[in-house]
Ligand binder design. Structure first.
Ligand code: N01
Length: 862
């Protein structure tokens, strides 16, 4: 019997719809009604039957993971399966899990309206069906709407016009035909290389040359398949922790760290490796560093020049207008050699754009071409176009097209404010553009399944993204894009390929692990950022972060970096040193010299950073961070040199002793010692001993605060300022930021406790003011303080409390909080451009305090 109300309507029978149907109906026991415009399952693999259509992720990865038996039993015949095989696979899945009976095929959804009174969706279809549903699942896919034909005159053409995404199922005989292909994206490249051998003449209209790397397809051997089957659990798990959602080797080095010959070897290895390895496995900075990117781009251009005989044609095929990878990476099999065939020609549709389709072929601004067949490989209106065409109206009748008037957006790529109980699978602003789709789809469906279970088990009815979460997530997606090179290309990634579509990133460009981390955080925190029956849950911590900070954390995950709390002491130290890779170059005109300062029973190194400024300079003794157990002079070269340059000061960076080899009070003694040494000897190095400030970052800021206390109490030296960047001030502090950010980022409660324990040696010291300056009885008489805190930092509140206490004690104090940043942002200047703002805040604070006049005035008063 026809149902008129179900738990969920699901639209689409591709990878997303089929798994959603299985998950919601077979696993969760919900009633579902599914719709699909095609006559059967398959989604994009149903519609895109053009010659050469093939997947460019290896099929053993580009397939479902949810059923062990399924993945073991389906024997892929090739490394990268062709469309008929993927379609057969999806048909098999539909049968194996008995999914077809929930579908109405050949049926399009024509209206989707939220009924607020009844808290359900009213869904209409073109066969007259009207059905109501608590949930509406958009599994129509991002590539369900073809780009409209741009070219006038199609009806005049006497031959055949074919769009690749509506290729006739029975095929098209192109033998002996004069064929034009417009478009050289993933699709065009596959068509061109496949039909070149069949047709009489092939003319390729290329507007933008693409970087294509060899796909490396071949039959999958029994041994390879057997190995994949044996290793499936590991491979699948690893896929979900890798940038592209497939277990490719991880890029762990920046490109410019290798000499050119070494780089070429790396590129040789991965250019021929197939799949997304050229982007994911070579160098981690290709997608954000233009100089690094150019090394890969030029490498690929060189291969094109080698493979294409006519130098003019080769140059035309060499992309020069966008960085490598910023248009979706494409893959080929003898594509470039195709242009060596005598009957294949390349037309530059950029300098001579296509004007129209004529009776006999195509007219460009430069001439006429005659064809029998024109193939449009011109792409898709990527993203939520399939959904908007269904006429969705949410709460209060608000149209989705209006809501998306300034660009498609969805919280986590899954939920939209004002559209309750409507979920997108891999929707706009999910991470799907860089995330192996079947795996991304499973994650997305599982998230939706879980939230439905959550609602049901807690007796709730509706949920949607809060406006604040959707706005902030949208900003985050943009901020992340802005850190990368993606906006530099004209690409569907940014919505550019459709005239009039607002430019906005359609994907979160972090790679899979960060996206999964955000989703996991949302789930673990009771659906942060969702409104549940009108109860708005607060934003998850991660999306409060600045896009650059999120991108940095994503990079660490993509590299497979262990969280610091799981590292041994040696690994923690090595990880802290590696942060140096995330710093801008040291300003070249700052001179850096090492000297020594005495400590009891020995001496330590002090590194001096002197800017190119005349005269005795004010001095800042700046103490590096590293949790008292790590960090080094080297790892703080850049922040110290930049401070020297920006503030016009001589910076002294002491190599103090680290725990646990040298527990408390070694470090506090060393920092007081370096201050005293500076007061006595800095004139020999061009510094002014009357103008000394102390500062530090993180544990170094704790040591700076303690040094200021000791200098006050133990006979100097006289300090004019203290700069405390994210200082820990009391190991036993109990406050909101410690609780809210107990799981990081960067510093977790566990890591903080471990570092403190190693530093203290004997826990009895924990309440000493020389460990916990916040516990000092008297803070009066300390030098003016700048306390810098980061919003997303467990140490934020204790630092701000300390600033308040200083101020109450009469110490002139400025407390400056940086929203959206995390602990250590100060020393990650290449990754976090706003580190410059921190430097600037320090400069501005120090300038009046360390000026020659101020020092004289203070000396006179003192
Ligand atoms: O579409 P595209 P696609 N005049 O938008 C050109 C996935 N996919 O179908 O770059 C002249 O990438 C346009 O030129 P330009 C994959 O995610 C996956 O190829 O805009 N030319 C471009 O060359 C992929 O990214 C597989 O200057 C015009 C081409 O048409 C996505 O689908 C296989 C034009 C369109 O390229 C879309 O790929 C295939 C005009 N007016 C596709 N308008 C797998 O292997 C457009 N063009 C899994």
């Amino acid at each position: 019997m026809e149902q008129t109300h179900v738990d969920a309507v699901i639209v689409g029978a591709g990878f997303a719809g089929l798994y959603a149907t299985h998950r919601l109906r077979n696993v969760q026991g919900l009633s579902v009604q599914c719709f699909e415009a095609a006559s059967g399952p398959g989604g994009v693999w149903y519609w895109n039957r053009y010659p050469g259509a093939r997947c460019d992720f290896e099929s053993i990865h580009y397939s479902y993971t949810f059923d062990e038996d399924l993945q073991r039993e389906w024997r892929w015949s090739e490394r990268y399966a062709a469309q008929p095989e993927i379609l057969a696979y999806l048909e098999h899945v539909a049968d194996r899990f008995d999914l077809r009976r929930s579908y109405r095929f050949n049926t399009r959804i024509t209206s989707v309206a939220w009924d607020d009174d009844n808290a359900h969706w009213v869904v209409g279809a073109d066969d007259g069906t009207v059905i109501t549903a608590r949930f509406f699942i958009n599994a129509a896919g991002a590539f369900s709407v073809s780009k409209r034909n741009d070219f006038p005159g199609q009806d005049d053409f006497r031959g055949t016009v074919l769009h690749t995404s509506r290729w006739p199922a029975e095929g098209v005989d192109l033998a002996g035909k004069r064929v034009a292909v417009i478009g050289t994206g993933s699709t065009g490249i596959q068509v061109i290389q496949t039909i070149a051998g069949q047709v009489a003449e092939l003319t390729v209209f290329q507007r933008t040359a693409n970087f294509a790397c060899p796909l490396g397809n071949r039959p999958l051997t029994d041994e390879e398949f057997g190995q994949a089957v044996a290793e499936y659990p590991r491979l699948r798990e690893e896929s979900r922790t890798c940038l592209a959602g497939a277990p490719y080797p991880r890029a762990v080095r920046p490109a410019l760290m290798d000499a050119p010959e070494e780089r070429s070897k790396v590129y040789d290895q991965y250019y021929n490796g197939g799949g997304f390895r050229m982007l994911a496995s070579t160098y981690f900075d290709l997608i954000f560093n233009p100089v690094a990117n150019e090394t890969a781009a030029e490498y690929i251009r060189e291969r094109i020049r080698e493979r294409v005989q006519d130098p003019e044609v080769a140059e035309l095929l060499c992309p020069t207008d966008h960085p490598y990878g910023t248009k979706r990476a494409t893959f080929e099999s003898n594509y470039y050699e195709t242009f060596n065939l005598p009957h294949v020609r390349l037309v530059d549709a950029r300098t001579t754009p296509i004007a129209r389709i004529t009776e006999n072929g195509i007219a460009t601004m430069a001439g006429q071409y005659e064809f029998d067949v024109i193939v449009l490989a011109t792409g898709f209106d990527v993203g939520g176009a399939g959904l908007t065409q269904m006429g969705v109206a949410g709460r209060g009748g608000r149209k989705l097209t209006d809501h998306w008037g300034h660009g498609q957006r969805a919280y986590l790529g899954m939920a939209t404010h004002g559209f309750p109980n409507l979920f997108h699978i891999n929707g706009p602003q999910s991470a799907a553009a860089l995330f192996n789709n079947p795996v991304a789809i499973e994650d997305s469906v599982d998230f939706v399944g879980n939230i439905i279970t959550y609602l049901d088990t807690h007796g709730h009815t509706t949920t949607e993204a809060t406006g604040a979460a959707e706005d902030r997530y949208n900003e985050l997606v943009r901020e992340v894009a802005d850190v990368t090179l993606f906006p530099k290309a004209t690409t569907w990634y940014m919505g550019d390929n459709i005239p009039g579509k607002p430019r906005t990133p359609l994907s979160l460009f972090t790679g899979a692990p960060m996206y999964r981390t955000i989703c996991a955080e949302v789930e673990a925190t009771g659906y942060a950022g969702f409104s549940v029956d009108g109860d708005d849950r607060p934003l998850p911590n991660t999306i409060k972060l600045d896009g650059s900070a999120v991108f940095f954390l994503a990079g660490m995950m993509n590299m497979g970096a262990k969280p610091l709390e799981e590292c041994s002491l040696e690994e923690t130290r090595a990880a802290m040193e590696s942060f140096k890779l995330m710093q801008l170059p040291v300003p070249p005109d700052v001179s850096i010299t090492d000297t020594t300062y005495p400590i009891q029973g020995g001496e330590r190194t002090a590194r001096l950073y002197r800017p190119p400024v005349d005269g005795p300079l004010p001095v800042v003794v700046f103490i590096h961070g590293g949790g008292w157990i790590g960090g080094s002079l080297d790892s703080f070269d850049e922040p110290c040199a930049t401070l020297a340059k920006r503030a016009g000061v001589l910076v002294v960076s002491p190599d103090y002793r680290l725990a646990p080899e040298h527990p408390f009070p070694a470090a506090v003694d060393d920092t007081l010692a370096v201050l005293r040494w500076a007061a006595e000897h800095i004139a020999e190095h061009g510094g002014d001993p009357a103008r000394i400030a102390v500062g530090g970052e993180s544990a170094g800021a704790n040591l700076a605060a303690v040094a200021a206390l000791r200098a006050r109490d133990e006979g100097g030296p006289r300090l004019l300022a203290q700069i405390l960047v994210t200082p820990p001030t009391d190991p036993l502090a109990d406050n909101e930021s410690r609780r809210t950010f107990a799981r990081g980022p960067i510093i977790t409660a566990e890591l903080g406790a471990r570092m403190t324990a190693l530093y203290l040696g004997d826990p009895v010291h924990v309440t000493s003011p020389l460990v916990a300056p916040a516990r000092a009885q008297d803070l009066s008489g300390l030098p003016p303080a700048l306390v810098i805190t980061m919003e997303v930092d467990p140490l934020r509140d204790e630092a701000e409390d300390y600033a308040r206490a200083l101020s109450q004690a009469g110490v002139p104090t400025v407390c400056r909080r940086f929203d959206g940043l995390f602990h250590t942002a100060f020393s990650l200047s290449a990754a976090i451009p706003r580190a410059t703002e921190i430097q600037e805040a320090i400069r501005a604070f120090l300038a009046p305090l360390l000026s020659a006049e101020a020092a004289t005035a203070t000396a006179t008063v003192g």
